[in-house]
Design a protein around this ligand. Structure first.
Ligand code: AMP
Ligand code: MG
Length: 402
């Protein structure tokens, strides 16, 4: 099989990503979820003309020529409306959040008043009628659409939805992403590896990436490089929306992922992409699941997940993908001419005083170097056959967003 261009691989991996169904979640579970429908307010906020100060509710006409002395006829704390009417020469002691009583139209803050028994002296005239009164509906009115479908819910959105009197919110189901690591050489962090073993890191990075982009990772653990182990562990993945494997995707004798998953029903769409890192990437369909076989090198697997898995998750959540808001930066250091593979160079981003971004690729780009990956801010994209580039030329970048 020849190497597939990246653009084609992106197109094919996203082609069958359907927007997932809607589910209802309680407000405490709504953080970072994607709203699945436009949300109308079920409440008018405030629902009544409300005092925004502790003080006295009065008729503006009575205090236009302050100082003025008024008779205090009652009290209105928050949650306890004063039921009577304020007539000429009268005032009601009022507190923040309480309804302004009928007849009154203005609140005088208590700092400019002096209370004597059932009388209050108003020291200053208010600058305008309706002073310190929040009119009914100031914030929003019942029926107003305040949050739209596709909005990622954060603390502000959740607070607003609660104020709109929604206890539950319609959100997109999270794409379930099963993650299976493969390799005889791997032991989990915290153990003591033998001299010929290494630490398994991919599943942790991939699960974190899935969570960061709004998916639901399911860690299937570690399969060994033999058919029995791969079949046993792999068959647990079949309920997922996306199955992701790491390792075993190359052409070595112990790279069994394609073979074994074909036995489980995988229909390979493509294998091997004209890219660096991540050439031996596999994509296909396995029952109702999409299958992404990532290379084992930690940088390759995470870069491929950023480049391919993120847009797949976005599409299932009904969100725009990278292609909908491409970003560019100036190249910070000279780059040699490129060969037939598209490079995703790990690069540091800087911003000058005008907001201009510059992406400087690290000198070392080996696909095993997690340390460099962790220091990078973005991937600098070098198209196939790009000529040598000088600093100041433009290039597309892909931010990690994590
Ligand atoms: P493979 O694609 O299986 O040939 O693996 C390529 C390289 O990545 C090898 O050096 C593996 O040891 C390493 N590798 C594979 N899986 C993982 C993993 N889960 N965590 C860290 N390194 C891995
Ligand atoms: Mg391996």
């Amino acid at each position: 099989m020849s190497l597939l261009p990246v653009s084609e691989a992106l197109e094919r991996t996203q082609r069958d990503c359907r927007v997932l169904e809607t589910e209802q979640v309680a407000l405490p579970d709504a953080m970072r979820r994607i709203l699945a429908a436009d949300l109308p307010a079920r409440f008018t906020q405030p629902a009544f003309d409300a005092s925004s100060m502790d003080g006295y509710a009065v008729r503006a006409a009575d205090v236009a020529d302050a100082p003025a002395k008024l008779k205090v006829i009652g009290e209105a704390p928050a949650g306890h409306a004063f039921e009577g009417k304020v007539e000429a020469g009268e005032a009601v002691r009022i507190f923040t959040g309480a309804p302004v009583p009928e007849g009154a139209d203005t609140v005088i803050m208590q700092e400019v008043t002096v209370r004597e028994g059932d009388r209050v002296m108003i020291g200053q005239s208010p600058p305008k009628p309706r002073h310190f009164v929040r009119p009914r509906g100031l914030d929003f009115c019942e029926g107003d659409i305040l949050l739209h479908q596709g909005r990622r819910l954060g603390p502000r959105e959740i607070g607003l939805a609660a104020a709109m009197n929604h206890a539950e919110l319609p959100v997109r189901r999270k794409p379930k992403v099963a993650i299976l690591a493969t390799g005889d050489e791997l032991v989990f962090p915290g153990q003591t590896p033998r001299p010929d073993q290494i630490i398994a890191s991919n599943s942790f990075a991939l699960a974190a990436l899935v969570t960061a982009f709004g998916g639901d990772p399911v860690d299937l653990g570690l399969a060994r490089d033999n058919r029995a182990s791969l079949i046993e562990m792999g068959s647990r993945a079949l309920e997922a929306d996306i199955i992701v494997t790491s390792g075993g995707a190359s052409v070595g004798d112990h790279d069994l992922v394609i073979d074994v998953f074909e036995e489980l029903g995988l229909k390979v769409d493509f294998w091997k992409v004209a890219q660096r890192p991540g050439k031996p990437m596999i994509f296909g369909h396995l029952g109702k699941s999409l299958f992404l076989g990532l290379p084992g090198n930690p940088v390759s697997s995470l870069v491929c997940a950023r480049v391919y898995l993120k847009p797949m998750i976005d599409a299932m959540l009904g969100l725009p993908g990278d292609a909908d808001h491409p970003e560019e930066a100036l190249i910070g250091a000279p780059l040699p001419a490129n060969d037939e593979r598209q490079d995703f160079l790990r690069a540091a981003l800087s911003k000058d005083e005008n907001g201009q971004l510059t992406a400087t690729a690290f000198g070392k780009q080996d696909s095993s170097m997690m340390n460099i990956l962790a220091r990078a801010d973005c991937l600098l994209i070098r198209p196939p056959q790009a000529p040598a580039s000088k600093p100041g030329e433009r290039a597309r970048i892909l931010r990690f967003h994590f």
